[in-house]
Write a new protein. Structure first.
Length: 417
């Protein structure tokens, strides 16, 4: 990809070696449990086996399990290992990991705690370095654009072009796919035997990407063993018949931008917060539409917290609008409270209703289609910009570019009288 991301890319690609040097997690006394350390794991999602890296640390009967999002650890909020049985809870994901140790093997399930959710099978064995073949890998690093093969395009989602960002160090490759409605998280893998294989699972977003090189310089991409795409470098995509990806700053808009944007919903305590409240008068306001179930909302939250910290004193207010997947407040409120705690959110988080109620609750929006979506209001309460989706750190330079763009937009709105 671009030069400015090479150091980060190499760090992510050599993650396994870095993870071995974490002495505070695995001491000799802990190792006696027989479960501490790194594991090569597989989750079965819709019949597809998707590999991922996992780490376990114990202290007595307490246990913690870590997924990996690139070089960032995603740790469980509570856990226990006793009598050969491991149970891990991820409150912010509303999920439970359960497995039984059998020698050097772990077998179990990973389940979302929503009603009627089906558990996914998990298998794992002790970490072992993957031998890389001697074949010379092609140069894959850079920005690509990918499009679903025409014969498979049967829904609006299938007719959109997606971004594909790849970083490379020899045969080791990492990257991400960025859609209008979010990205895949960090894909990690390698080129071997004339094929690229990348995967991601960090407690959510399971995906397997496989690709081979075409003679015209494009890539034949398969996702989760079923969906087929053609990818071309961004500089050549148009000439090869791949249309532009949707513009996230133009994808969603409002019916009448000359009128103020209204909201009035309860927060996690039940108190109603409205655009007419005095605290918002004459302020720049960002309405962050999301949900605790939404992976890219978790990616966006640290950035929004940064904006609030840096610009609140200058007149910025942020309001989270969390459309949850359960209408019962006794279920949705604890999930949002867990989200608030995880990201140390200081601005109000409101719960308007479920995902299915969005158009009803926010009737001023036109063509909503992405969680998260952020609405930027000027000091007069009118919509100045709407941005669909969020490019997470997995997208490398695109993440950096987007944050710079949104910071500049915020500063511009704050500078207006």
């Amino acid at each position: 990809m671009l030069t400015s991301t090479r150091a980060h890319a190499r760090s992510a690609l050599l993650l396994a070696a870095a993870m071995l040097a974490v002495p505070h997690l695995v001491s000799p006394t802990h190792a006696a449990s027989g479960i501490d350390g790194l594991w090569d794991a597989t989750v079965v999602a819709n019949g597809v086996e998707i590999p991922f890296r996992f780490e376990i640390a114990t202290r007595g009967a307490e246990a913690q399990g870590f997924f990996f999002e690139g070089d960032r650890k995603v740790g469980s909020t509570s856990g226990r290992f006793a009598d050969g049985k491991l149970t891990l809870e991820y409150d912010f994901l509303n999920t439970t990991f359960e497995a039984t140790l059998d020698g050097d093997q772990l077998r179990g399930t990973y389940k979302n705690n929503r009603p009627n959710a089906r558990p996914q099978d998990i298998r794992a064995h002790r970490f072992a370095p993957v031998p890389i073949g001697a074949d010379d890998p092609p140069a894959l690093a850079g920005n690509w654009e990918m499009r679903r093969n025409a014969e498979e395009a049967n829904a609006p989602r299938d007719t959109r072009t997606w971004h594909l960002f790849l970083r490379q160090s020899g045969a080791e490759v990492s990257g991400a796919i960025l859609r209008i409605d979010g990205d895949t998280g960090t894909l990690v893998g390698h080129w071997q035997k004339s094929k690229l294989a990348l995967s991601h699972f960090a407690g959510e977003r399971p995906i397997l990407l496989e690709a081979t090189a075409n003679q015209d310089g494009t890539l034949a991409v398969t996702l989760n063993s079923t969906d087929h795409y053609r990818a071309a470098r961004s500089t050549e995509a148009r000439a090869l018949g791949i249309p532009e990806p949707p513009d996230p700053s133009r994808y969603t808009n409002v019916k009448d931008p000359t009128t103020p944007f209204h909201f009035s919903f309860p927060d996690v305590t039940g108190k109603v917060v409205s655009d007419t409240d005095a605290v918002f008068h004459g302020k720049v306001v960002i309405l962050a539409i999301g949900g605790s179930w939404c992976p890219n909302c978790h990616d966006e939250a640290p950035f929004l917290s940064e904006l609030y910290r840096d610009y609140h004193a200058r007149g910025l207010e942020i309001v989270g609008l969390m459309f949850e997947n359960d209408a019962d407040p006794s279920v949705s409120r604890p999930r949002v409270q867990s989200f608030i705690k995880r990201y140390n959110v200081k601005y109000p988080m409101l719960i308007p209703g479920t995902q299915q109620m969005l158009n009803e609750k926010l009737p001023q929006l036109v063509n909503f289609g992405a969680y998260p979506t952020s609405i930027y209001l000027g000091r007069d309460g009118r919509v100045r910009s709407v941005h669909a989706g969020f490019a997470s750190p997995a997208t490398g330079d695109e993440h950096t570019r987007l944050k710079k763009e949104l910071r500049e937009l915020t500063e511009r709105l704050l500078s207006e009288s």
